[in-house]
Design a protein. Sequence first.
Length: 309
Amino acid sequence: MEEKKHQRIEIQRNSHLKMIEEEAIFVMREVAAQFERPVLLFSGGKDSIVMVHLAQKAFRPGNIPFPLMHIDTGHNFEETITFRDELVKRTGTRLIVGSVQVSIDKGRVREEVGPEASRNALQTVVLLDTLKVHNVDCALGGGRRDEEKARAKERFFSHRDIFGQWDPKNQRPELWGIFNGRKNQGEHFRVFPLSNWTEMDVWQYIAAEQIPIPSIYYSHRRRVFNRRGTWLNDSEFITRYPDEVTEEKIVRFRTIGDATCTGAVLSHASTLEEIIAEVAAARVTERGNRHDDKRSEAAMEDRKKLGYF
């Protein structure tokens, strides 16, 4: 009886992953059909890696018909950039990079200073500038509704006005899987094929498809320091307070972003199976260790309205 129960759970899990995979592929094909110059936003994190894998499935035997776009803060984890370059080479895709450092040098954005400084918020201007330079009419993102309350308001096709801004109260209906990509000159769309996925779905899909991911997601020894309950990477990019002391801990990262605001979790999970078990038992969301989300109660929604991912 116990064996049959496990078999039923496995069939249900595989059926669920197949369903959300087909939904994501359908959305990607809709993007290719409705837009002329789409890009896939790529951060080097697990969600955008899954997006690339899905795009390969959606358009094979051909290549992915749109480039990847990375908004580079310059404050990255080395493992992420190495993985990004290897993936671009392996998949034969074109990479567009928007640089926060270049925008700082040009005076388009102003660098924050002090221990709480981060370049994460500066990405918005750089993203909008890069989309404009390349005349992008649609940017595919790996956002999921379970990540954060502001993202839970997002539709698959998210209209942005000529200023790149999002109005959460004025979104288009998406009945019967019909997506309206009509827009005026200068406007664009953000599209989120993983909207109905959860963190657990992502990890189970990575395990089922054997998708390579950066080593930073697995447990490893790293020098970190604790800031208000968040373990931050000991980095040249972060100014520590006088009482913040670095320690060597066994950690991993559940989500990857700018190194100045992405916290690690204490973990011994060194395999995908162990990560899945850890996520199942977790009582804190994956963005619970994103220091930038804690700047205010509406930090994410405020950034999204201004043009953030």
